[in-house]
Each structure stands twice: as C-alpha cells, then as structure tokens.
Design a protein around this ligand. Structure first.
Ligand SMILES: [Zn+2]
Length: 70
C-alpha cells in the first residue's frame, strides 16, 4: 500500500505580519492622502496646520494618486 502524497501545500501567513502590513498601509494612506498637518501637530502644535510640511512633501504623489486637495 503506497502512501498518498500531498499535492497541495498549506499556506500559512503569520498574523503579526498581516497586521503590520495593514498598519503600514493605513498610515501610508493617511500620510499621502489625508494629512493636513495632523501628524506633526502632535509635536509642534497649531503651527503644523499652517506649515503643512507632509502635505507639501507628498503633494505631487497625492495628485498622481487621485486625491483632491485644492
Ligand atoms: Zn494639490
């Protein structure tokens, strides 16, 4: 009697890696598409909303990705 060989492999993805990638995606999406000084306002306060550093940094990428901003 011969043993049956498995022809399929069981795919296992570490749940921590999936959670990490989802977090990176969500934070990246927010930085590129929606940040209007919110992230730097944690450190610099109200001036971050006037300087819009991340907004200006990602401005061309934001338009290329189809996010409206002005
Ligand atoms: Zn713009």
């Amino acid at each position: 009697m011969s043993q049956l060989q498995r022809t399929t492999t069981e795919k296992k993805f570490p749940i921590a890696a999936i959670i990490g990638l989802v977090l990176i995606f969500v934070v990246g999406l927010f930085v590129v598409g929606f940040d209007q000084g919110h992230i730097f306002s944690i450190v610099t306060g109200e001036t971050a909303f006037e300087e819009l550093f991340i907004h200006e940094l990602t401005h061309d990428m934001r338009h290329a990705a189809g996010f409206p901003c002005h």
